[in-house]
Design a protein around this ligand. Structure first.
Ligand SMILES: *[C@@H]1O[C@H](CO)[C@@H](O)[C@H](O)[C@H]1NC(C)=O
Length: 110
């Protein structure tokens, strides 16, 4: 049991590390944020399906616009719950739209 505890402790930190972007100047594209990239995708493909999952044996689909809106709602909810910028969100769950919405929401929340 102590081995398990040590492994968990090794993954724990209270230090905030700000990741410095390494910009490859040979790349012609201007760097953009995840939010900008998602917004551009919504502008281009908003009404198209982004994800499909089975709920009670039926396919449930969400569009890029819905995915974006739900991710924004998740971000606002995380902030309302006390999430602060540069803090972390741990998402435990099955592969599902909710998992992706939470992941993007965490990024949107900073
Ligand atoms: C997303 O949110 C915007 C702004 O509230 C709204 O105008 C739009 O209808 C929403 N789109 C979808 C697909 O929910």
């Amino acid at each position: 049991m102590s081995t398990v505890v040590l492994k968990i402790l090794a993954l724990w930190t209270i230090l905030i590390h700000v990741v410095k972007l390494r910009i490859d100047h040979s790349c012609s594209q201007t760097p953009i944020t995840v939010h900008q990239m998602f917004k551009e995708t919504v502008d281009k493909y908003g009404p198209l399906n982004a994800m499909a999952s089975k709920k009670n044996g039926e396919w449930a689909k969400i569009t890029f616009a819905e995915y974006y809106n739900l991710s924004l709602k998740a971000a606002k909810s995380f902030l309302k719950l006390g999430l602060e910028r540069f803090h972390s969100v741990a998402i435990l769950g099955f592969n599902s739209p909710e998992w992706f919405i939470s992941a993007v929401g965490a990024i949107f929340a900073g």
